[in-house]
Write a protein that binds this ligand. Structure first.
Ligand code: ATP
Length: 536
């Protein structure tokens, strides 16, 4: 899939990741401004960078100090390459400090660490900020412990903090720039304008990254990868990613794509009927529904450990996919050789940790993505047409493919399903039925209140605790359930949603009045981090 980007004939911005928690945001922001951008671990060799023929290389921030022994640096001859090919370089925080150190300036630990919102003043006449609207006092987000104290030859200060520290540097004749703050985070008031200035004025890049072109490129790649006669299978979850991936592959190879939807007994209220009808009626996708609920629930009986639950579910999914693949072989006389997956860019980034994190570059997708790892003995080659895209881009691609809006806006739902929303044994009492009913009431209430689309994900969690209450004038000893609703830009971080209390009171009353097994509702007010989105 690397072809997808190297095939992009327009401008490419390479972001070298030195471990900042904001690196993926830089890539997203650049794409939102209509320019193709890829994120690579900061220590990749020079040929990897040059293979993308970038117009601009951004060096991200990071938790290290350039003085630390072994701190990540740039590949040899990096600046010779950028100078020869007239490629602009922008360093952000650690990136700025690397530029200064590598080119012979001096960086030292700051007297006082600058962290949080700060005001900075661009100097007039700089190439970075121009003399227009950005040449004014700016409120920016800083987070650094080191500072540049002596600039390399040929560099000048483009912006100062109010305390007099260096906030931006530049060497326009070499095309090298540095910001000591983060333009990619929303806390930097005019961050997008600063990025626009760097892309379109300083680097003179044109905005030529259009999802319509990405779609065409991907369709060609899928066709040539799968070839004229091979078959592919795709496991559909009813979620946005696998659906958009399957729709694309179906467009490319038609009915040589065979999709399977597994009812694992852990689906939401009427999920199977709803999802199957959308696949068939709206998307015209060839999907086989496999009912494996008894197998899944049988294996999960009595299991309380979350990891163990996930492993069992992963194994059962693989068995189901395996059986499906054999069925396809029997029917079409040829074993499918490709597996279509809805892997997204954040999954790819997360599985290639930046240097210095102590984790190796695994280059494998986090195991949750394919619900428990790939069935090795199936020896399927992967087709991942969304591997370069963020969720918002996948939704837009879905629109181009006429996937119904209602489907594209569905909240994400975890592969292990309700198993991670029932704490402890999934088969305990009427836990599954309870959580289904509560979830349905909660989600319908969100839709009625017009809140569904402003929330990233909302759901109910079954808590294995009985609490004392009064229902229908009688003392009750029933279950507590938790409700969770979060907002997020891309699922990597999240905030809990602040409902007004009237809404919460009404939902709570509706649930306790109609679900007999529940007499207490609690609302989860934790963000991610420290919590995760799901409870298990
Ligand atoms: N019930 C299911 N039947 C068949 N395949 C499934 C099912 N649930 C999950 N999968 C497969 O496992 C993958 C990972 O599931 P998960 O829900 O964690 O992924 P996701 O990244 O949210 O993707 P999606 O938006 O497609 O659900 C899915 O993309 C799909 O291929």
């Amino acid at each position: 899939m690397e072809q997808a980007v190297s095939k992009h004939r327009g401008n490419v911005v390479v972001v070298l990741d030195f471990g900042s928690q904001y690196t993926h945001l830089i890539t997203r922001r650049v794409r939102q401004l209509g320019v193709c951008s890829v994120c690579l671990p900061g220590t990749v060799p020079l040929p990897t960078i040059t293979s993308y023929a970038p117009s601009l290389v951004i060096l991200s921030g990071g938790p290290h100090s350039v003085h630390e022994p072994g701190s990540p640096s740039l590949p040899p001859s990096f600046f010779e390459y950028t100078a020869t090919h007239q490629i602009t370089v922008l360093g952000i925080c650690y990136g700025l400090q690397l530029i200064v150190k590598v080119l012979g300036g001096h960086v030292k630990p700051a007297v006082s660490q600058e962290y949080g919102r700060m005001d900075v003043l661009p100097l007039s006449g700089s190439r970075l900020f121009g003399d227009g609207p950005l040449c004014t006092r700016l409120s920016v987000w800083m987070s650094h412990g080191d500072e540049a104290v002596k600039l390399p030859d040929g560099f000048s200060i483009a912006c100062k903090s109010l305390q007099g520290g260096i906030a931006a540097i530049e060497n326009p004749s070499l095309g090298i720039y540095g910001l000591q703050f983060h333009p990619e985070v929303t806390h930097t008031a005019r961050g997008t304008e600063i990025l626009k200035q760097i892309l379109f004025n300083v680097s003179e890049i044109t905005a030529d990254w259009k999802l319509q072109d990405v779609l065409q490129e991907q369709l060609e790649i899928i066709k040539s990868t799968i070839g004229p006669s091979e078959h592919a299978i795709c496991a559909l979850s009813g979620g946005v990613d696998s659906t958009v991936a399957a729709t694309m592959v179906h467009k490319a190879i038609g009915d040589r794509l065979h999709c399977v939807f597994v009812d694992n007994g852990l689906l939401r209220f009427k999920e199977r009927e709803r999802v199957m009808s959308t696949f068939e009626t709206d998307l015209h996708l060839p999907v086989t529904c496999v009912d494996a609920s008894e197998k899944f629930l049988g294996k999960l009986k009595g299991v309380t450990d979350p990891e163990e639950k996930r492993k069992i579910i992963g194994r059962e999914f693989i068995n189901a996919f395996d059986e499906f693949s054999i069925e396809v072989e029997e029917k079409y006389g040829s074993r499918p050789s490709f597996l279509v997956q809805g892997t997204l860019y954040p999954d790819v980034i997360e599985s290639c940790p930046p240097p210095g994190t102590g984790k190796g570059h695994s280059h494998t997708i986090k195991s949750h993505h394919n619900v428990g790892g790939l069935p090795k003995e199936m020896q399927l080659k992967l087709v991942e047409p969304l591997r370069w895209l963020f969720k918002d881009e996948v939704r837009k691609l879905g629109e181009l493919l006429n996937v119904p809006q209602g489907f594209l806006k569905r909240h994400p739902f975890p592969g292990p399903g309700l198993a991670v929303r029932i704490l402890g044994d999934v088969t305990q009492g009427d836990a599954l039925e309870t959580v289904r009913q509560v979830d349905e009431i909660f989600i319908n209430s969100l839709r009625e209140a017009g809140l569904y689309d402003s929330i990233w994900q909302a759901f109910a969690v079954f808590l294995p605790v009985k609490t004392v209450g009064v229902q229908g004038d009688r003392r009750s000893h029933s279950n507590a359930v938790a409700l969770r609703a979060i907002t997020s830009e891309d699922g990597m971080t999240a905030d809990w949603y602040q409902f007004d209390s009237k809404f919460l009171a009404e939902v709570s009353a509706k649930i306790c009045n109609s679900v007999r097994s529940v007499n207490r509702i609690v609302y989860d007010i934790t963000s991610k981090p420290p919590a995760t989105v799901e409870w298990e």
